[in-house]
Every structure is written in C-alpha cells, then in structure tokens.
Ligand binder design. Structure first.
Ligand code: SF4
Length: 372
C-alpha cells in the first residue's frame, strides 16, 4: 500500500501559531512552482511500486488552488501512477475557500475526503490566530459540503488555547460533533519558535493553557468523542467506524509514502528523504534536478524508535513482534513499571496505552528508545 502527499506551500495569511512551510507572497512564481511540482510527480514515479491507495493535498492551503490547477496536478498523478479504483483523495480546505462552485468541482475531480480547518468556535480566538475565516463561515462550510454530497469530512480543532476554559472546550466539541462529521483531529496548541504566538507569549500578551488544563481538556475530548461513537484511533485523531484517515494511518503503520513539493518528506521503509524548505530554491532545483532534497538512511535503532513512537500513539498499539529484536531486561522492567502506573496494558504481543498513558505517550516512547 502506498500513499502520495502533495505539499501546496501557499497561504493567504500567516496564522499566529503556525510553523509549517508556506509563503503568503507567491503570486509571482505560483505557476512556476506548480510546474515544478508536476515535474516532481513525474520524476518520482519509479519510486512507488504497485497501486496508490491514498493521495493527500496538504499544506499550506491547497484549497486556494483553482480547479484547473488541481485538475492538472491530478492529471499528472493519474498519468504516472496506478491509482487504486477506491483511492482516498483528501483535500485540506479552509472555510473561506469552501463554496458551492468549488465543492462541485472538487467532487468532479474525484476528491472524496475533505479536511476542514475549523480550529475553534470563538471569533475572538480566530482573530488573534489571524485566521481568514469566522465561526459562521466554518459552520456554513461544513453544512454546504454535506449538502453537495461530501460524506467523508474531517474537521480540525485546537485545544489548550489561551482563555479556553473547560466548559467552553466541551461546548466546542459538542457543537462540532453535532455537525455530523465523520472524523475529528484535535491538537494541543504548541508554542513553536519563530512564530508570532511565541512572540506574544514571551511579551506576556497571551498565556496558553497550563499542563493541567491541557490534560483536562484532552481527557474530556476522549470522553465526549467516545459518547458520540467516535473511536480514538490515534492520539489526536477520532473517527466514526470505517472513517479513519487511510492516508495518515499508513504513516503510523510505518508504510512507505512519497511526499512531493517543498518541505515534503518521504519514507521507503529504510530511507527518509525531505525536500528543500524554500519555494524558489525548490522550483529551481527540480528544474535542474539538483540540490533540492536530502536523504538519511535510518539506522536499525532509529527505525525501531520510530516504530515504538508511532505504534504507541495508535489504538492498535505497538506490535512487539514487528520489532527486529526483543526487549532487554531493563526495558522489560520499564514496561512493567509503566503498566504498574496504569499507563499501558499488555495484550498478547501488543503494548497499548491507557487513557492516562496517552498523556505521557512521547515520554513513555522515549524511555524505550535505543541510542546508536
Ligand atoms: S492556513 Fe494552515 S498552513 Fe497556512 S498559516 Fe494557517 S495554519 Fe499554517
């Protein structure tokens, strides 16, 4: 099973908290970059054997592409890769781009899954986030997409926000799940270096939630999503049965994928590759086929560590039989200690985190890492 990720590095505005790769001043080279992306799609085709099960347009803001631009990218994909007849094609879409004309065109292009960036249901918060949409735009966008026939819709939310108390967070989750979407991704706000949010926090103009509040909000999210029939299949991802993101699930299952576009990462099971995180250097580099990506071969320990990190984050847990070697005595003692604390349970050959363990997922994984 293979997946293809396409990174569209354009955004209308710079969201306060965002450290993804994108540009807000791209019109002068927009078509040249998309041409480079189409060229990369062709150049990389020999890397993927077999059928492609998933295509994911992420970014940046892929929904700001015109129908013609999306259509051209999909045409080159179809011409160069064997897309499965049931391929999952996801488009990340911001509410301000969602209108009847676009939705009809996206469906005609074969896009069958939308991931809509709602983030929060407070206009005040959307304003300091510098988002380009308001609450009503987001709610309307979801309804319109459903009316046009999209029946696999994911929405993104952020918790741990400044001034978001527990009752407000509960109300947000309930309102969003009442929209009858099939999937929810919810991420805790992180203050990344070199973001406007970092600057505001350092100047004491904003104060994100503390760890206790974050944990309370996370556990409440689990309970409310569960009440509505949503299964938490990865720490930040919830779905109704049958609606998990097939694309993202293959990352967590350590399957091969290729990432196309500036800053996109690829993985073939042994080697990681990442494209240059600079739009003009990318388009020039792809054009000349030089200096536009780097590669790193993962050592046996690095592969094992990634498997542990990713496996523990999922409902399926870490399948210890998939590791190339068993646990040492010291590691076994550590696992038993985590089990005693109630953070994980052992099920046959699987290690699965409990709800309280999910609060410590990265720390638990790190304790089991092996260093080269
Ligand atoms: S729209 Fe998305 S990618 Fe663009 S700045 Fe905002 S959060 Fe980042």
């Amino acid at each position: 099973m293979s997946g293809i990720y396409l990174h569209i590095p354009f955004c209308r505005k710079r969201c306060t908290y965002c450290d993804f790769h994108f540009s807000t001043t791209f019109e002068s080279y927009r078509s040249a970059l998309l041409e480079a992306l189409r060229l990369e799609i062709q150049l990389r085709a020999p890397e993927l054997q077999g059928t492609v099960q998933t295509v994911y347009f992420g970014g940046g803001t892929p929904s700001l592409l015109s129908t013609d631009e999306l259509s051209e990218l999909l045409a080159v994909l179809c011409a160069n890769y064997a897309l499965d007849s049931h391929v999952e094609i996801t488009l990340e879409a911001n509410p301000e781009d969602i209108n009847e004309t676009n939705l009809i065109a996206w469906r005609q292009l074969g896009i069958n899954r939308l991931s809509i960036g709602i983030q929060t249901l407070s206009d005040q918060t959307l304003s300091w986030m510098n988002r380009a949409h308001g609450v009503q735009d987001a709610l309307f966008a979801v309804k319109l997409a459903q009316n046009i026939g999209f029946d696999n819709i994911s929405v993104d939310l952020i918790y741990g926000l400044p001034n978001l108390d527990l009752p407000q967070w509960e109300q947000t989750i309930e309102e969003v799940l009442n929209l009858n979407v099939q999937h929810l991704s919810a991420y805790c706000l992180t203050v990344e270096p070199k973001t406007a949010l970092n600057h505001l926090v350092r100047k004491k103009k904003l104060q994100p939630a503390d760890e206790t509040q974050q944990s309370e909000q996370f556990l409440r999210l689990l309970a409310l999503a569960n009440d509505k029939g949503f299964e938490q299949y990865e720490i930040s991802n919830f779905s109704l049965p049958g609606f998990h993101s097939r694309h993202n699930s293959s990352y967590w299952a350590f399957k091969p994928y290729i990432g196309l576009g500036p800053s996109a990462h690829s993985f073939d099971g042994r080697v990681r590759r990442w494209n240059i995180r600079n739009n003009t250097a990318y388009l020039k580099g792809v054009g000349k086929n030089e200096n536009w990506f780097e590669v790193e071969s993962l050592s046996a320990n690095e592969r094992r560590n990634e498997q542990i990190l990713l496996g523990l984050r999922t409902k399926w847990g870490l399948d210890t039989t998939s590791l190339t070697s068993g646990w040492t005595q010291k590691e076994n003692a550590q696992i038993e200690e985590f089990a005693r604390l109630g953070w994980l349970k052992l099920d046959q050959q699987k290690i699965i985190l409990t709800d309280s363990g999910k609060l410590h997922a990265d720390g638990i994984a790190a304790e089991l890492f092996r260093l080269d």
